[in-house]
Design a protein around this ligand. Structure first.
Ligand SMILES: NC(=O)c1ccc[n+]([C@@H]2O[C@H](COP(=O)([O-])OP(=O)(O)OC[C@H]3O[C@@H](n4cnc5c(N)ncnc54)[C@H](O)[C@@H]3O)[C@@H](O)[C@H]2O)c1
Length: 299
């Protein structure tokens, strides 16, 4: 099987690595040569980590690296059996890309997006065969976390859905859950209201009491997570202040680089230390990035 992964950032490189480790030939398409180089570096480092920790033999590591090709043009994935898109979360860019994928891959089994928030229906609508467009929502870090949400839009067909599900489950060995094409799919739709509620409850601490009383509240674990979240937000104040200074210098690339570094740090924790909070923290940094792009960084 051969697959195209478009976007070799945090998620795309993880998805490409997992595919190559599962014996699939992969072409990673990045926006430019520097992006392709970064993607290759990231994947090779991760394969090295896998080999060092004994999850991969030296031969398996080598074989996976040889199944990977890197490119800067979607034309290079012509003839692939399927594509998974993991470019930046920008609806316009994704819609354009799906039109292009539709033209380059007329016979592909499915065209999947890893989006967390763009409706799959909108991506399918611009293609000639919306029945083969669906979501495969992986979680970071892809080589470690088993879950994939398989997202169907009202236009997704059974055949593409079955093939994508079988690819994620049988070929990649992931655990799949089905999701409707709705905000937050399943995981984020559960997680964010849960945390938001807990944060709101913490805002009225006198009613909830402290310490022992909190532990006695059914669902008190939420409060613990919310408390940690509040601490994380406090920790982010300093970086945001620094960012405002950089923003004042109008050096856009420096600010974006800094935000991306911060997002990277939020994700570089060891698996046993990782928890839902990371998703929230990355979300906050993403919002910061979006705000910066609109020149609206918070005061
Ligand atoms: N980060 C997460 O935890 C997470 C989890 C699940 C889903 N997602 C989704 O996955 C997608 C990618 O997120 P990410 O965190 O990997 O972002 P990222 O910024 O790390 O990577 C995006 C990559 O896409 C490349 N790119 C941009 N436009 C391109 C184009 N037209 N063609 C080819 N490459 C292009 C960029 O150069 C960049 O390397 C987003 O839709 C995001 O919402 C992210």
């Amino acid at each position: 099987m051969r697959i195209g992964v478009i976007g070799g950032g945090l998620m795309g490189s993880g998805i490409a690595e997992v595919c190559a480790r599962a014996g699939v030939d992969v072409t990673v398409v990045e926006a430019d040569a520097a992006g392709a180089e970064r993607a290759q570096e990231r994947i090779e480092k991760s394969l090295d980590r896998g080999a060092r920790s004994g999850k991969l033999s030296g031969e398996q590591r080598q074989a996976a690296a040889e199944r990977l090709a890197y490119s800067t043009t979607v034309d290079d994935i012509a003839g692939a059996d399927a594509a998974i898109e993991a470019i930046i979360e920008n609806e316009g860019a994704k819609r354009e890309l799906f039109k292009r994928l539709d033209a380059v891959l007329p016979d592909a089994e499915f065209l999947a997006s890893n989006t967390s928030s763009v409706p799959i229906m909108k991506l399918g609508a611009g293609t000639s065969k919306p029945e083969r467009v669906l979501g495969l929502h992986f979680f970071n870090p892809v080589p470690v976390l088993p879950l994939v949400e398989v997202v169907r839009s009202i236009m997704t067909g059974e055949e593409a859905l079955a093939r994508a599900r079988s690819f994620a489950q049988d070929t990649l060995g992931k655990v799949c859950i089905d999701s409707q094409d709705r905000a937050g799919f399943v995981v984020n739709a559960l997680l964010f209201p849960y945390l938001n509620d807990a944060v709101r409850m913490l805002e009225a601490p006198t009613r909830l009491g402290e310490g022992g009383e909190r532990k006695a509240v059914p669902g008190g674990d939420r409060l613990v997570v919310a408390e940690r979240l509040r601490a994380e937000l406090t920790l982010l104040e300093e970086p945001l202040r620094e960012l405002r200074l950089e923003l004042a210098s109008k050096d856009e690339s420096a600010v974006l680089e800094r935000l991306q570094q911060l997002r990277g740090h939020a994700l570089l924790r060891r698996p046993r230390e990782r928890e839902p909070l990371d998703t929230v923290r990355v979300g906050i940094l993403r919002r910061g990035e979006a705000a910066f792009r609109k020149q609206e960084l918070p005061e």
